[in-house]
Write a protein of this length. Structure first.
Length: 144
């Protein structure tokens, strides 16, 4: 009987979405503005969440998702906050930084030149779809 209960427990855990198995809070921070203050606030919101929860002996999963004009946050030649992006990731390496491929392609077309994306950011197919996926997994949504 114990073996059967254990098997059912494992199967149940595998059927749950990844978010349900991870009890930490999860926060998606959305940046869709080219305003340096908004970008800085997003980065500082991430740091503040991590530090506040550390004081409570807890942790948080954070993903910053940039789309539209916000993707300039991760474009080397356009980012007004690239040094702060690097500082935040050096201090908090688990923060995920995601840049929308659709928006990057539009920017590249408009500029008529290839873009260099900061190595700290990963390119995702669509920022809007990524935010939708995270919300479906019950991530909290924060927009500075």
């Amino acid at each position: 009987m114990r073996v059967l209960a254990r098997v059912f427990g494992i199967l149940f855990a595998l059927a749950l979405p990844a978010r349900a198995q991870d009890a930490r809070p999860h926060v998606a921070i959305h940046v869709d503005s080219r305003d340096a203050e908004v970008m800085t606030e997003a980065l500082h919101n991430a740091a503040n969440l991590i530090e506040t929860l550390r004081k409570e002996a807890s942790s948080v999963a954070i993903e910053i998702v940039a789309n539209g004009p916000g993707t300039s946050m991760f474009i080397d030649s356009l980012s007004p906050v690239k040094d702060e992006v690097r500082r935040i990731l050096a201090t908090y390496p688990d923060v995920v930084m995601s840049a929308c491929a659709v928006s990057l392609a539009h920017t590249e077309d408009a500029m008529k030149q290839p873009l260099t994306i900061l190595p700290e950011a990963r390119i995702i197919p669509s920022g809007a779809v990524r935010i939708m996926e995270l919300e479906e997994q019950h991530w909290a949504y924060l927009k500075p």
